[in-house]
Unconditional design. Structure first.
Ligand SMILES: NC(=O)c1ccc[n+]([C@@H]2O[C@H](COP(=O)([O-])OP(=O)(O)OC[C@H]3O[C@@H](n4cnc5c(N)ncnc54)[C@H](OP(=O)(O)O)[C@@H]3O)[C@@H](O)[C@H]2O)c1
Length: 264
């Protein structure tokens, strides 16, 4: 009898709660070996314990705002073996006006939501290119395609991901590495609780839109289907994802709608 096929290894950055934890559960249920990263090892350990019986999971702490920690963590992960799927999910949102938000807060959101993912990609993807095999999953947002009040830097960070990863996609064409960009609508997670106010303090409120959003495990199952089909970009959520289509085809209408829109 031949050797058992190697489990695919999925490195999820931002795996301690919400969408990242749900993706870990979905990948593990499908037999993947998960490497779980974020700032909080204790929370990651409890996600690891919640995965399907017989799952393999490793916890590697990382702070997306710390480039040297990203390099160290990437080395540690690659020492464990090849990464088949890199999931760039960690992120923080915003609940503050564009003109009021401290520059420090603007930089912090960009650091975590954009630069951290660029650094992680630069540390991991050359090994995928060398093997001519791998997949990058980028968790953007509907806000990566449109902008609404009180989300200026969040929207900017997500738009930046689209620009960077579309360029990378073109550079990697025919080199065996694919990119799937996920644009979630409202998903029921603690993202609004962790969102930042103008001065960097936490919003600390579960917004109604979040509470009424899609269940994170339902989101993860839909996301996994799109990932396995190697879709280039997919929006997953409720009626709010129509905003992307409206903005593409009738931008003036979408601009009128979001003008009066107050997230909460
Ligand atoms: N929920 C939604 O409605 C929604 C909609 C569109 C897009 N998204 C996107 O989905 C992704 C996941 O968000 P979520 O909804 O699941 O929110 P969440 O529950 O607040 O999860 C955020 C994740 O990011 C990690 N993270 C935050 N700062 C980090 C840092 N400096 N270094 C490393 N990891 C960090 C957190 O881990 P630690 O705190 O342990 O570091 C956590 O695992 C985000 O990119 C978000 O923008 C969510």
């Amino acid at each position: 009898m031949g050797d058992a096929p190697r489990r695919r290894t999925v490195w999820i950055v931002g795996a301690s709660t919400g969408i990242g934890a749900a993706l870990a559960r979905a990948f593990a249920a499908g037999g993947a070996r998960c490497v779980l990263s974020s700032r909080r090892p204790g929370a990651l350990e409890s996600v690891a314990r919640s995965l399907a019986t017989g799952s393999e999971a490793v916890v590697v702490p990382i702070d997306l705002a710390d480039p040297s920690a990203i390099e160290t963590a990437a080395k540690q992960v690659l020492d464990l073996g090849p990464v088949d799927v890199l999931v760039l999910n960690g992120g923080i949102s915003q609940r503050a006006g564009a003109l009021e938000t401290d520059l420090e807060v603007v930089r912090r959101i960009m650091e975590v939501n954009f630069f951290g993912h660029v650094a992680t990609t630069r540390a991991v993807v050359p090994s995928m290119v060398a093997r001519r095999s791998g997949q990058i999953v980028v968790v953007s947002s509907v806000m990566g395609r449109i902008g609404t009040p009180l989300r200026s830097t969040y929207a900017a960070s997500k738009h930046a991901l689209h620009g960077w990863f579309e360029s990378l996609r073109a550079e990697l064409a025919d080199r065996g590495v694919s990119i799937t960009i996920l644009c979630p609508g409202y998903v029921r997670t603690d993202i609004s609780i962790h969102a930042l106010h103008a001065d960097g303090s936490s919003h600390a409120v579960m917004d109604g839109q979040q509470e009424r959003g899609m269940d994170a495990d339902v989101f993860a199952r839909k996301a996994l289907r799109a990932i396995d089909r190697r879709r280039a970009e997919v929006a997953i959520g409720g009626a709010e994802i129509v905003g992307i289509t409206l903005f593409r085809f009738v931008p003036a209408l979408l601009r009128r709608i979001v003008r009066g829109y107050r997230p909460g």
